[in-house]
Design a protein around this ligand. Structure first.
Ligand code: VGL
Ligand code: ZN
Length: 196
């Protein structure tokens, strides 16, 4: 397999999707091997920092009575409740102080898997002049997939951080199928070693 080097340039932005305690080992909705991505994301963060390129972190930020919780008839256990430990970014993730944080799914009656849904993400990226998005995080088959779909629909170039995503895999193969769909939508899968 040829490994093409990628150089960061103006217009690039890093988007970390929902890298939050509840999606990590010990969390309320732990993604299998979710913790593996943190050191890899720290590698991407170091390169974006060195390049002075913008970083955006989305977060699932639910009210206690959110419609996606089983008590309300939704599919998930309670997770990422706003202002709780489970909704925080893990301390091991080296998020820069100037990262932009985008909260999503904040209204009780509406879920949002995509970082673009009912948020300021598109406006933030436009204001930063970003056209090429490097996207990683959790979970491959839910919020990463939806965010990549919306990014492609909005005309962004998407580089999927294949070594910095992990899937819930409720049905075995969900993560694999999500990656296939993202590639079919025009996303390019990359790994950290390609970033010089
Ligand atoms: C997510 C399930 C429920 C995600 C969020 O971030 O992928 N998954 N809420
Ligand atoms: Zn959620």
């Amino acid at each position: 397999m040829t490994v093409e080097p990628i150089h960061l340039s103006p217009g690039d932005a890093l988007i970390l999707v929902d890298v939050q305690n509840d999606f990590l080992p010990g969390g309320a909705l732990a993604v299998p091997r979710g913790g593996d991505i943190i050191p890899v994301l720290n590698g991407y963060l170091a390169r974006f920092g060195a390049a002075g390129a913008p970083v955006v972190a989305t977060r699932d930020w639910h009210p206690v009575n959110h419609c996606s919780f089983q008590a309300q008839g939704g599919p998930w256990p309670p997770h990422c409740i706003a202002n709780t430990f489970g909704a925080e970014f893990p301390t091991k993730l080296k998020l820069p102080a100037d990262a932009t944080i985008v909260s999503k799914a904040t209204a009780p009656g509406r879920d949002a898997y995509s970082g673009f849904q009912d948020t300021e993400l598109d406006a933030v990226l436009r204001a930063a002049g970003a056209g090429r998005l490097f996207i990683g995080g959790l979970a491959t088959d839910y919020c990463v997939l939806s965010t990549v779909r919306d990014a492609r629909q909005r005309g962004y170039t998407v580089l999927l951080l294949e070594d910095a995503v992990r899937a819930v895999d409720l049905k075995p193969g969900d993560g694999r199928r999500a990656i296939d769909e993202m590639k079919a939508l025009g996303a390019t899968a990359i790994t950290l070693q390609q970033l010089s």
